[in-house]
Ligand binder design. Sequence first.
Ligand SMILES: NC(=O)c1ccc[n+]([C@@H]2O[C@H](COP(=O)([O-])OP(=O)(O)OC[C@H]3O[C@@H](n4cnc5c(N)ncnc54)[C@H](OP(=O)(O)O)[C@@H]3O)[C@@H](O)[C@H]2O)c1
Length: 327
Amino acid sequence: MNYRHLGRTGIRVSELSFGSWITFKNQVDVKDAVEIMAAAYDAGVNFFDNAEAYASGKSEEVMGEALKKLKWRRGSYLVTTKIFWGLHGGVNERNTLNRKRLIEGINGSLERLQLEYVDVIYCHRPDKTTPIEETVWAMHNIIEWGKAFYWGTSEWDADEIVAALEIAEKHHLHKPVTEQPEYNLFERQRFEKQYARLFKDYGYGSTTFSPLASGMLTGKYLNGIPEDSRAALKGYDWLHDDVTDKDRLAKVGALQSIANELGCTVSQLSLAWVLKNPNVSTVITGASRVEQLHENMNAAEVAPKLTSDVLEKIDEAFGVKKEEEEE
Ligand SMILES: NC(=O)c1ccc[n+]([C@@H]2O[C@H](COP(=O)([O-])OP(=O)(O)OC[C@H]3O[C@@H](n4cnc5c(N)ncnc54)[C@H](OP(=O)(O)O)[C@@H]3O)[C@@H](O)[C@H]2O)c1
C-alpha cells in the first residue's frame, strides 16, 4: 500500500481507503464488517469513512461495534464522519451546518462510533443559509475540544471552500484541509477543472468517493441488474437509470476491452485510473463483500500500466477530447 499526504497536513492516508455508505447495516452486519475491515487493514488501509446519515446513524453503530471487536491500536487508523442532513426533522436539525447542529452532531457520531474522537470531520454538503463563518468557528471549536483532529468539506463549490479558508486564515482558526468529492470516469469535470486551483494554490487534500460509480464501473451491470447488487436494493431505484443507460454501458464495454488487454479487471482499471491523478489523496472504495475488497486492493498494481497511450484510449472510450482539441 502506498500512503499519500492528506493535502498539506502531516497525516498520511492509504491511497486506497474504505467507506461504509449503503453497505453497512443495509448489506453488511457487524460480523461481515469485521471481516471486510480486517481485510482492508491487512492490505494497509488506514482510512475508514462514515457519516451520520448513512443508514440513519446505524452505519456508525456497525463500524463502532466492528472497531471494538477488532481492537486495533487507535493510532494505527483514521476514522472519519460527516454531518449535514441530520437524523431528525426539527427545523434546526436537518440540511444545516449551524453551530448547534454540528456540535450536537459530532457528539452523536462519537457515541455511535464508541470513539473519543474522529480523525476528520466533514461538512457533508454546503449549507447555503448558514454563514460560512459560523461553520468555520464550530469546526474550529470541535477540533480545539479534541473531538476531531482535522476538518473537511464534501461537494462544496470551490468558491465556498476558498471563503472558508480565508475566514480561517483571518481569525487564525483551524482551516479545512480536504474535500470529499465524487471522482470517477463518469464524473471528472468538477474535480479536474473547478478544483484545480484548490490543489495548486492551497494544497487542498481530496478523499474521493464512488470510484466505481456505485459499481457501474465494474462491468457488473452490462447484462442487467444482478439480484445481489446495490441497484437491486429496496429504495435504490434511483440508480436504475444510470446502470441501464445504453451510452454509459457502451463506455463500460469499451473499458472492459482495455482491461482485458492489460490483464486486469474493469474495477481495478477504474480504480487505477483515479489513483493516477496526483491530486487525489485517497480513493475511498466500497465493498459489500470481502472478495470485492481483495480485488479492489490490487488496483495499485495496475496503476503503473496506465501509460499515456492507455489513458488516451480510455479518454477516447469516454468521449473526452484532448485539451488542445477543445480550444
Ligand atoms: N461524501 C459523500 O457525499 C459520499 C457519497 C458517496 C460515497 N461516499 C464515500 O465513498 C465510499 C465509496 O463510495 P461507493 O460505495 O459509492 O463506491 P463505489 O466504488 O462507486 O461502489 C461500491 C460498490 O460497488 C460494488 N463493487 C465494489 N467493488 C466491486 C468489485 N470488485 N466487483 C463487483 N462489484 C463491486 C459493490 O456494490 P454491490 O453491493 O452492488 O456489489 C460496492 O458496494 C462510501 O462508502 C462513502 O464512504 C461519500
